[in-house]
Write a new protein. Structure first.
Length: 280
């Protein structure tokens, strides 16, 4: 008795046993679709990206998009596709104005870090970097150039979606902060107009520098702020790389807002990178 490593075909569309469309290949553009009996049932999927036609399902004369992942669940099939590079991304960013950008640093025509720099010249769109580069200096450089978050490969789809939800909540709170509204995170509340901070409804007495630190964190809820950025914002760009003052400031603020300062629930340390105000 032999073991079957994979199904002879993958279900793409299933209504009932008499109406279903299957793909006999792992790559969606490597073959034509068929009926579960093996009878031909070709379906071709095409889309146009910046005026150029691509094929994402079946076989035809147009260039095939690269299939990066194919996952079958009991209810649906998810296919992740890629096309284009730096120049195409810049054009689409200007024309489509998406809400969130998920960026792989390894692009076919350049480096994703350069794309972050170019996008930041005309857009404040939240950027989540996904990369196999796991060194601290790579993460710091991406965040310093303007990325909001950095996920190291491999990662799960659920983790990516959770990060996206955090950024969407951040966008809502950022809009509220621009209009002078109060913003709160689990009982910790800041009023930007009155420059007041409360914790569980009780006034919290903070120093001007502690308030400035909290203001920076609240404007970037869920986002890692690098140590370099905090030093520049709080002490000036000429302050240098001495982080002791920042650590002392952070320790004092944590004693005021955290139940257990050694196990912070609000402001967490991203080791080697910076600090983040947790959203949940």
């Amino acid at each position: 008795m032999s073991t079957l490593d994979r199904l002879p075909a993958l279900p793409l569309i299933v209504n009932d046993p008499y109406f279903s469309v299957w793909m006999p290949a792992d790559i969606l553009t490597a073959a034509n679709t068929m009926h579960w009996t093996g009878a031909p049932k070709p379906i071709v999927g095409q889309l146009i990206v910046d005026g150029k036609p691509y094929t994402y399902l079946g076989r035809n004369k147009y260039p095939a998009m690269e299939t990066r992942a194919l996952r079958v669940t009991p209810t649906h099939t998810i296919s992740t596709l890629t096309a284009g590079g730096v120049e195409e991304a810049v054009r689409k960013m200007r024309s489509k104005k998406p809400d969130i950008m998920v960026l792989d640093l390894g692009l076919p025509d350049g480096d994703g870090l350069d794309l972050i720099r170019r996008v930041r010249k005309f857009s404040n769109i939240p950027i989540i970097v996904v990369s196999a580069r796991d060194k601290e200096e790579d993460k710091i450089e991406a965040l310093d150039r303007g990325a909001e978050d950095y996920i190291t490969k491999p990662f799960s789809e659920s983790e990516l979606m959770a990060r996206i939800r955090v950024l969407r909540r951040h966008l809502i709170r950022e809009e509220r902060s621009r209009t002078g509204a109060e913003v709160s995170v689990r009982g910790l509340k800041i009023n930007f107009d009155a420059k007041e901070v409360t914790l569980d409804g009780n006034p919290l007495h903070v120093t001007p520098l502690e308030y400035q630190l909290l203001e920076l964190l609240f404007h970037n809820i869920g986002k890692v702020i690098t140590t370099r950025t905090l030093l520049d914002e709080l002490y000036g760009v000429s302050y240098g790389d001495n982080t002791q003052s920042l650590r002392t400031l952070m320790a004092g603020l944590r004693r005021k807002i955290e139940k257990v300062p050694g196990k912070p629930q609000y402001i967490v340390t991203e080791i080697g990178v910076g600090y983040r105000l947790k959203d949940e």
